[in-house]
Design a protein around this ligand. Structure first.
Ligand code: SF4
Ligand code: SF4
Length: 335
């Protein structure tokens, strides 16, 4: 009997989710670039002083006026609909915050502030269902980190030595714990200084609205170098306090990926593509998996799919289309 007869096939569209994810990352990043321009334009319109603007400022005003004219007659008021960044902001009246921002603020203030706590409710609920999805689908730093991985891959092909060291994944939980303790001790949310998405949002604003970079830009470049020279996607895997918090919240996420062992040929492409260094080839996704779907997209035999269950599928051994399994089960025949 053919090994593939009667084996499940995943929903065909799952393969295309990785493209949708890139669209999502691009939109978030584009919004973080657009918002400082909008803010500057709002300032100009509120001042009613077009004639006093410098030529470059007038140019910006004119471009922004052209771009936004179709959407608003009152830019100073209407363009306030989206404010802030992924650390904390407002989206058409809905206040949203990164759970790390709320946890850090509570630690720094040593008390619960319910209105701010509630701003993390929607991200937390999404994380309970989708796991560390923020890291794969929203984080503006991921947009840059994944491009950086592509650059590192090119460098490796050209013969440059790129880092691929592995450390203990639990390091980031220590960073989170120490960060919260230090926030409590100092009364300030120190983790915002080393949290890549907060840095990217802040530094884009500084660069566009204020014409310069802060110290965070240097730190972020350091994380890119760390990823290239020491450990692929190293900061997110081993050091990011937000990644740690999302992983903890997403430990028992309801939507997770499962390998269909009957379809798997053990090619290991899923492991190779996994930015977080997980082992989907042997059914280990764990709390670190961000449901990015890169492993689904790359799998040549449609052996990856989504399931609704709060824990990983138990280890299933070699793929049934792989050499190892077929040698051990010659009676089952090849398809
Ligand atoms: S196991 Fe798959 S979905 Fe999870 S992080 Fe790795 S590539 Fe992404
Ligand atoms: S067939 Fe798919 S699930 Fe199996 S090792 Fe290859 S990429 Fe991974």
């Amino acid at each position: 009997m053919s090994l593939t007869m009667g084996t499940p096939k995943p929903f065909a569209l799952w393969r295309h989710l990785n493209k949708l994810r890139w669209l999502s990352l691009s939109i978030v990043f584009a919004m973080l670039v657009a918002l400082p321009f909008i803010h500057v334009y709002q300032t100009y319109t509120a001042a009613h002083a077009y004639d006093l603007l410098a030529p470059a400022e007038k140019q910006l005003y004119d471009v922004m006026e052209t771009l936004t004219a179709a959407f608003t007659d009152d830019p100073a008021e209407d363009l306030d609909a989206i404010k802030g960044n992924t650390w904390s902001g407002s989206f058409f009246g809905l206040q949203l915050s990164d759970p790390l921002a709320v946890a850090g603020q509570m630690a720094a203030g040593l008390k619960l502030y319910a209105p701010f706590l509630l701003t993390a409710l929607i991200p937390v609920l999404f994380t309970l269902v989708l796991g560390r999805f923020f890291c794969g689908w929203i984080c503006p730093a991921t947009f840059l980190y994944e491009l950086n991985t592509n650059v590192s891959t090119w460098l490796a092909r050209l013969g440059f030595k790129v880092g691929n060291r592995r450390f203990d994944l639990r390091l980031k939980y220590a960073v989170l714990g120490v960060g919260l303790l230090l926030s409590a001790a100092t009364g300030s949310v120190l983790m915002a200084a080393i949290y890549p998405p907060a840095i990217v949002g802040r530094e884009l604003y500084y660069a566009i609205a204020l014409g310069g970079f802060g110290a965070g830009a240097a730190f972020f470049v350091g994380t890119l170098l760390f990823d290239t020279l020491v450990a692929r996607r190293g900061f997110c895997r081993y050091l990011c306090p937000g990644g740690a918090l999302y992983s903890l919240l997403g430990r028992y996420r309801l939507l997770r990926i499962r390998r269909i062992v009957e379809n798997c040929n053990d090619c290991a492409k899923c492991n190779a593509v996994c930015e977080f260094g997980l082992d989907p080839l042997r059914d280990h996704f764990g709390q670190e998996c961000n449901n990015c779907t890169a492993c689904i997209a790359v799998c040549p035999t449609q052996a990856m799919t989504f399931v609704l269950r709060p824990t990983d599928f138990p280890k299933q051994g070699p793929g049934h289309l792989g050499k190892q399994y077929r040698r051990a089960h010659p009676d089952q025949g090849a398809h």
